[in-house]
Design a protein around this ligand. Sequence first.
Ligand SMILES: [Cu+2]
Length: 650
Amino acid sequence: MRKRRTYGARGILARGTLFAAAALWALSSGVAQATHTKFTQPLPRPPVLTGGEHVENGVITPGANPGSISIVATDRDIVVPGLANASTNPTRFWTFGGFVPPPTLRFPTGKTLNVKFTNNLNDIKGTNPSGTDAQGRFQGLANGTQSGLPGSRTELTVHHHGSHVAPSSDGWACGYYFATGGGSLNYVFPNRESDAKNTTGLERGTTQWYHNHRVDVTGHTAWKGLSGGHSIIDDPNDPKLPKGPAVIEGGVNKGFLYDVSLTIRDLTFASANIGGVVKANQIPYTFLFDGSVGDHLTVNSVPQPFLNVEPTKYLFRFLVPGNARKYFMRLRQSGSTSNITMVQVMQDAGITGPVNRTEIPIGIAERVGVVIDFAPFAGKTLILQNNQGASGQCVPGPSSTCTTATSEIMQFRVGTTVTQQENINVANITRAFPRAADLTPVANTRTVNFTREGSHWTIRLGVSGRLGDDRIMDCGRTDADPVIDTVEEWTVQNPGNWTHSIHTHDVDQICVSRNGGACPASDLFKEVWPFPPNTTIVFRLKPTDFTQVAFDPDATACNPAGAEQPPNPDNTGECQNVDFADNSGDLTTPTFTPDRHGTANVTGDQARAEAGGGRYMIHCHVIEHEDLAMMTQWRVRSNPDGTRNDVPKI
Ligand SMILES: [Cu+2]
């Protein structure tokens, strides 16, 4: 076995100490827990951005540059409806644009989306008012990480989860950072892709999302609120999907009445020292080795809300952004023990087709699009329940945190009138999507093993049935290098007793088998895979020009914005056929790649790193697992002639 790259003895000791302290805290906490009464607060709908907005401090301002969105990350005190004394004890969140819940992007496929993220998080610097939690633990990031690593962690890098973009717009965990104090980065999301069943070049309709991906501190920033949704609309006039009339609240675009984003996550509301004052209703982050979990279930940031619905069909876009709890959703009429059938129509990678389900498990980073027909329940009340891990682990490891407090997610109150009858037939909500037989021949096979070795979460990635080194994250190393336009088959294994959520960036994956048998119809076309203990999933993938819109660091001519990076792939024919360095074969540390803790920039070394093929992450999305280095990288090898197009061709 090769020597593992580790944090060093100091880091391991620090992590062990933190783990013990956190466990003790969980058992003996005298922290004042906030209370709420379930189903008393309406579900808030996130603001919807469609282009041309500047979003800061809870204000959306139309911009001068249609198509681009500017989102300023800030910390902000937000009243959480329903919490005891919420109006006098607002909760300090870290926000995108000052909104809780964060803004949702809603964009038609094929329309390039430019988003500029600016980092004005003050708390992240560790100055007031980030303060400490009730145990005196620091709640900023500037003095290191919860995982025990020293150094400054005040930067963000935004991953647009599910997209197919250049590494420079992919939120590389090891670089492309922008620091607090006004640092910013422009991201380009072309909303394009291709596969065996999609030759349009347009990205499939689905639900994606965006979140900070800065290695070591992703869990902390996710807990404090840094994640938002993105709905890709493959046909704005598609009459097959529930949509309904537009919703405008207080002059703010809230999307459409029958198309509802539901972001489920758990939080612990407790007292914390904010700016020298102990305040209730805060959300201090407690790092747990197995995964950090809370005792309040929230939907769109409100604990156990209700939603008034009409007796017709709705599309719900479920997202679980973390940190570690997995949900087993069931729908029941209030007081009933019978499960109501829900129709899943979307998987991570796109609209697929209707799958009837009475229980829908959803783990970290997964998205499911579900149609629920409320027509038979006019005047009734339904409860979306959480089956608490009866069908599996609700949290990685021991299930002691599955309690009655987490057994109900939200309530639907069904009215008796329908504003806009759409006559949706779920059988028509289908799209052609690739199956394993469409991805042939298989040019290469790899085996990926997600496991735990003592105090490390580890990944072993090897080729041709052999496992590679047992190792943890190393930003300077790449563990897989598929050749563009060739098919690879990966056997991914979780041989341990821990639930994981395995995510491979940039390219969609097609299920071949699960535990040696057929793939469930609900989990065929994804980029985050649910991994209960002792699970093996085989999937295929095929990187294409569409899945990696490359970035030519020297091609300033294709960037009308001049100095701004990355160049805008405006699809005008410029910057085509960029010559890339020969990156075949060599997976050792490139000399020009920043090391794990280096702060990269977008020119110079960083640009040359991208020209060498760029890097995408493979990791467990239980966020504390990834922060504890259950993460590695892959990159795309050039064509044999060393060329690759930087812009998808239609
Ligand atoms: Cu994991």
